[in-house]
Design a protein around this ligand. Structure first.
Ligand SMILES: *Cc1c(COP(=O)(O)O)cnc(C)c1O
Length: 358
């Protein structure tokens, strides 16, 4: 089988060795002669998976015991509701920055739970930039931001200095670069973009922000219940969490955050330099806010898209068709995508220019 260069936006590419280890665990997990899919989540072998999957997040984020990590079902989308449910006091206000589709969905849920104020937005320019220099109300219960906007291809290079607890949806750029995790009260990420397969969502929360809403809490919606249960209050998504653990261990074994940040920088630079140089393509977002994870670009002459599509498909490239809201192309450069795959795409773009530029 020839190699496919997988630029899928999500679920996204996973390391080959992680796929192989995961496949093996489906047949015989830990030498038990049982599949990981058919053993109790309370077995010793699985409890170890859960423990290490939780502790490795804290290790990679370099935080201590003031933080707790849980893995939950329901996707990042459930966190849009759980965050205000757990942090927004009944008479309090939550502040949000609206940077795209996912941020808008988070705002929609928060508004159902309580007072919600959008303090900055880039909707005026179709979410093609990151708002900066906005004022954060010092009486807000928290500020919610989205570090990387998967659909529009913008990314926060710097995070706001925040006088209130900072909450971040990191679904599409978690562990892609160094961040100062201690500046955040809560970080969540659906695993399927950059840390594992679909089915589990990682939530890391600072314990001291919890339990203050005055709300009567539904158990499954209560972070404190999941923390107390060691992320096993109910049956967790056992297999997705295992694959996530393997992916985090792959990251660590290869050099950790410092290594992946350099690789991701190199991949993004290679592709954006070509988008800027090539007369056939144009980037869609403000240069300083370009995402290292999702590079969106359009063709100057869209009538030639079928020709370009034919060429990249012949080069075994997959998943670069743009989101329906943006059109054109989106190349997702998640952690597991090798630099060589980006080089293949860049070569096809060069070849296309030679053939079709006037
Ligand atoms: C994909 C994505 C989501 C939604 O994730 P689900 O797990 O499908 O609910 C939320 N936020 C961001 C930034 C995303 O990229």
């Amino acid at each position: 089988m020839s190699k496919v260069h997988n630029f899928s936006a999500g679920p996204g590419i996973l390391p080959q060795e992680v796929l192989q280890q995961s496949a093996a665990a489906c047949i015989d997990f830990d030498g038990l002669h049982l599949s990981l899919l058919e053993i109790s989540h309370r077995s010793k072998n699985y409890e170890k998976v859960m423990d290490v999957a939780r502790s490795t997040v804290k290790e990679l984020f370099e935080v201590g015991d003031e933080y707790e990590v849980v893995y939950l079902g329901g996707g990042a989308s459930l966190q849009f509701a759980m965050v205000p449910y757990n942090l927004l006091r009944e008479n309090g206000t939550a502040a949000y920055v609206n940077t795209g589709v996912w941020a808008s969905k988070a705002i929609k849920e928060a508004k159902i739970i309580g007072n919600t104020k959008v303090i900055a937005s880039s909707e005026d320019k179709k979410f093609t930039y990151i708002p900066k220099g906005f004022e954060i109300p010092s009486d807000a219960d928290y500020l919610h931001i989205t570090s990387n906007n998967t659909i529009y291809g913008t990314q926060m290079r710097e995070f706001p200095k925040c006088p209130v607890p900072l909450v971040c949806d990191m679904s599409s750029d978690i562990f892609s670069r160094k961040v100062n995790a201690k500046d955040f009260a809560l970080i969540y990420a659906g695993a399927q973009k950059n840390m594992g397969p679909a089915g589990s969502t990682m939530v890391m929360v600072k314990k001291d922000v919890l339990g203050k809403t005055g709300r009567k809490m539904l158990s499954m919606m209560d972070y404190q219940v999941h923390i107390k249960g060691g992320s096993m209050y109910n049956t967790p998504p056992v297999f997705p969490i295992y694959v996530t653990l393997l992916t985090l261990q792959w990251l660590k074994a290869n050099g950790g955050i410092a290594w992946i940040e350099e690789l991701n920088r190199a991949k993004a630079t290679l592709l954006y330099d070509e988008i800027d140089r090539n007369s056939c393509f144009v980037g869609t977002v403000a240069t300083e806010d370009r995402s290292w994870m999702n590079a969106c670009f359009l063709m100057n002459n869209p009538s030639l898209e079928p020709e370009f599509d034919k060429m990249w498909k012949e080069a075994n490239i997959s998943g670069i068709r743009g989101h329906r809201d943006v059109g054109g192309y989106r190349a997702s450069l998640y952690n597991a995508l090798p630099l060589e795959s980006v080089q293949v795409l860049v070569d096809v773009m060069k070849e296309f220019e030679c053939k079709y530029s006037s």
